[in-house]
Design a binder for this molecule. Structure first.
Ligand code: ZN
Length: 76
C-alpha cells in the first residue's frame, strides 16, 4: 500500500511505515537514488541513496494498538 510518499507494509509481525523519496526532489526526481559508475570500475556502478529518501521509519508491532502519537500521520 502506498500513500503518496508513504509506504505501508507488513513484515515480521509488525506494520512498517516508511517515507519514500520526494517526487519533487531535484536530485533523484522521486526515484530515491541512482546508479553512479566510477571511473575505475564503470561496469560496477554503485547505488547512491538520495538524501530525500533517508526518511523516518515507523514500526508498529502486532498485538498493540497504535498510540495517539501516530494520529498526525496520513490517515489509513
Ligand atoms: Zn531525492
Amino acid at each position: 500500500m502506498r500513500i503518496r510518499r508513504w509506504f505501508v507494509y507488513r513484515e515480521h509481525r509488525a506494520i512498517h511505515i516508511e517515507r519514500g523519496a520526494d517526487p519533487n526532489c531535484p536530485d533523484c526526481f522521486g526515484e530515491g537514488g541512482w546508479w553512479e559508475g566510477s571511473a575505475t570500475h564503470p561496469e560496477e556502478p554503485d547505488v547512491v541513496t538520495c538524501q530525500c529518501n533517508d526518511g523516518p521509519r515507523i514500526r508498529i508491532p502486532y498485538g498493540r494498538r497504535p498510540s495517539r502519537t501516530y494520529s498526525a500521520e496520513p490517515p489509513f
